[in-house]
Design a protein around this ligand. Structure first.
Ligand code: PLP
Length: 438
């Protein structure tokens, strides 16, 4: 039985002056309630009641080196001792830009921002500036941050959850109350992984469409991989029709490979947005891409602003994280993938043992586990048939077993995880699956 008395009283205290009681709305969805962290090291996190967890939430994705990684911490501290942010330029920005251009296959140049949401805003702006067109094609089940101009159809984000692919072509519902009713007028919402719909829409609206934006893997809804040839078709059509192709690699950047999903899949988009893992847990993001698009920032024709953009602490964190990941020829990616293959395979065996229908979609160091009466989940409509309540219950029971999970089913692993953590986790899952339907 999980003791969370201290977390409970802190949550009550927080709710008094902190709106929502949490700093980002999604965190409130945790069951039985949002927990309070005391400290964390490597793959383990300790809460304020002294419970210790193997952590697969990993700060919602950024902690690719685990918690409080020694090299990363030292680099951040060294940078802080020299001043945090200058409002002047410094070597860290140049080094980071050079490194990103070196590593990311699609990058001629980069721009630095503070969050994935901001990187997406900039990428859309560059696309509109370059093409002189205004419409943006995006897909159901993808998430591109919470700015008004793109926030819709995100499972768990209220109104949009009930939208099916059929409805999506005619209705683009806001993701939240308070969003301007006009903010989504420029969005064309399509089902993902459907080559025919993509081709007919792009061909018939080419004169209005500035950009297609897509996650390379639908990590936010089921970790669904693109059908063979689908991203290639996206690339080919956008090129032919004068449309900017943006891959949103905020999750997959520095996670699926050093050069992100576009390196792994061998696709060259015009722009990519990266965040999360890039900073190892410190706020930083980037837009990277073709010189002919990035040039609009040179003259400030496209405004790119942000008080803390490229600050010394964030650039030091990104440099240290990327260099750690690059060590030994990127062998940490192979290790992380091996661990997650062993974990996801083990979960499939346990689901079978307990006769519980479920699917685990895994690619690289990220996977999605869901309880669902289907053999495969390859599109958003099928994903929406999962039993989200049952999974939330599972995640809650796993806490008592010392495993911290994201309540929606997405699991991350870090370089700090060991096979022993995976083995311990599988034993815990075995026990929890045994109690799930009680
Ligand atoms: N794009 C994708 C694919 C994401 O998953 C996220 C966040 O989860 C974002 C953009 C927004 O990033 P941030 O939360 O840093 O604003």
């Amino acid at each position: 039985m999980l003791t969370i008395e201290h977390s409970k009283s802190k949550y009550e205290q927080a709710k008094k002056h902190l709106a929502g009681g949490v700093a980002s709305s999604l965190r409130a969805s945790m069951k039985p309630m949002p927990l309070y962290a005391e400290s964390a090291q490597g793959a383990r996190l300790r809460d304020v009641d002294g419970n210790e967890y193997i952590d697969y939430l990993l700060g919602f994705g950024p902690l690719i080196l685990g918690h409080a990684n020694e090299e990363l911490t030292n680099s951040i501290l060294a940078a802080m001792r020299k001043g945090y942010t200058y409002g002047l330029q410094h070597d860290g920005e140049i080094e980071l830009a050079d490194l990103l251009v070196d590593i990311l296959p699609c990058a001629d140049r980069v721009a630095l921002s503070g969050s994935g949401t901001e990187a997406v805003m900039l990428a859309l702006r560059l696309a509109r500036a370059h093409t002189g067109k205004h419409k943006i094609v995006r897909f159901t089940g993808h998430y591109h941050g919470w700015s008004d101009s793109i926030f819709t159809s995100f499972p768990g984000a209220g109104l949009s959850e009930s939208v099916t692919s059929e409805e999506a072509s005619s209705v683009v519902p806001p993701g939240t109350m308070g969003q301007s009713v006009n903010s989504l007028n420029d969005i064309i919402l399509l089902p993902w992984n459907d080559p025919d719909v993509l081709e007919s829409t792009l061909r018939s609206h080419a004169s209005e469409i500035a950009a297609v934006i897509s996650e390379p893997v639908m990590c936010n809804s089921g970790c669904i991989v693109p059908k063979p040839g689908y991203l290639e078709l996206m690339r080919q059509l956008t090129e032919e029709l004068g449309i900017v192709f943006i891959l949103d690699e905020v999750i997959t950047g520095f996670r699926l490979a050093q050069g992100g999903a576009h390196e792994r899949f061998g696709i060259k988009p015009d722009l990519v947005t990266i965040g999360k893992a890039m900073g190892g847990g410190i706020a930083i993001s980037a837009v990277a891409g073709k010189a002919e698009l990035m040039k609009y920032i040179d003259t400030s024709a496209v405004s790119h602003l942000g008080t803390l953009n490229g600050n010394g602490v964030a650039t030091a964190a990104a440099l240290a994280t990327i260099r750690e990941l690059a060590k030994n020829n990127g062998s940490s990616y192979r290790r992380m993938e091996e661990l997650l293959v062993s974990l996801s395979t083990g979960i499939r065996v346990l689901l079978h043992k307990h006769n519980i229908p479920g699917v685990v979609n895994q690619i690289g160091p990220v996977f999605h586990m869901m309880f669902i009466n289907e053999h495969e989940v390859n599109d958003f409509d099928t994903f929406n048939k999962r039993d989200a309540g049952k999974y939330a219950k599972f995640a809650e029971l796993m806490l008592s077993e010392g495993v911290l999970l994201r309540p929606n089913g997405l699991w991350y692993v870090s370089t700090a995880h060991e096979q022993a953590d995976i083995d311990e986790t599988l034993l815990a899952i075995d026990r929890v699956l045994g109690q799930l339907d009680e």
